[in-house]
Write a protein that binds this ligand. Structure first.
Ligand SMILES: CC(C)(COP(=O)(O)OP(=O)(O)OC[C@H]1O[C@@H](n2cnc3c(N)ncnc32)[C@H](O)[C@@H]1OP(=O)(O)O)[C@@H](O)C(=O)NCCC(=O)NCCS
Length: 179
């Protein structure tokens, strides 16, 4: 089981009882507009958490999606995680979302940096990438702040909330990573 700590946050495994907090940020319209996936009902949110919790015990674990919790208040405010996309290469995708009430305090940059450190140090990844739509300035900034470089702009390759969108790709290699 994974547990990461930063100055202000704890990144811990999800529990089934977390669903109301997860649903709170997934159903937050400011968050959901940027996500390819977000639960459309509490029931859907609960079954996704079932899957995540079950997957935590897989021997060949691919998904490391963690709950982002304020260390002092112990309040779950978002998620940050890696999903291994190519084991042979050692590649994973970084993803994150935060309830909009907590935006702009540097929380996700702090969480994403911890996740990247975990990916390179513990999972021994070679490359971590992230994607977002071109108008998602906050997400672009988070990826830049953790040392990712822009690798490309893919046209009309994503379907988000009923719309086909472009996406930007950012990545960092282990040899570029400074702890
Ligand atoms: C992306 C997200 C996780 C960022 O969380 P956060 O904790 O507010 O991020 P941080 O505070 O660590 O960093 C955000 C940076 O973006 C900047 N930023 C935010 N909005 C911006 C805007 N509209 N234009 C330019 N920069 C912006 C902030 O100033 C900050 O940069 P700085 O530290 O250099 O000032 C949050 O906005 C979110 O959950 N968005 C919706 C879900 C999402 O987009 N997920 C990613 C899908 S690809």
């Amino acid at each position: 089981m994974v547990l990461l700590t930063t100055q202000r946050l704890k990144l811990r495994e999800f529990k089934l009882t977390d669903w109301p907090d997860v649903y709170a940020y997934e159903s937050d319209p400011a968050v959901a507009r940027y996500l390819a996936y977000s639960a459309s009902s509490p029931h859907e949110c609960q079954s996704n958490l079932d899957f995540l919790v079950e997957h935590q015990h897989e021997q060949q674990r691919l998904i490391f999606h963690l709950a982002v919790v304020l260390a002092r208040e112990k309040h779950l405010i978002g998620t940050c995680g890696l999903q291994i996309t190519n084991r042979a290469v050692g590649e994973a995708e970084l993803g994150y979302a935060l309830h909009s009430a907590y935006w702009g305090h540097g929380y996700m940059s702090e969480a994403a940096q911890a996740m990247v450190n975990y990916g390179f140090k513990t999972l021994q990844l070679r490359r971590i990438f992230g994607t977002c739509v071109p108008d998602n300035a906050a997400s672009i900034r988070v990826m830049q702040k953790i040392g990712m470089q822009e690798e490309g702009h893919l046209r009309e390759n994503k379907f988000i909330k009923g719309q086909v969108c472009d996406s930007l790709f950012f990545a960092i290699l282990k040899r570029e990573w400074k702890q």
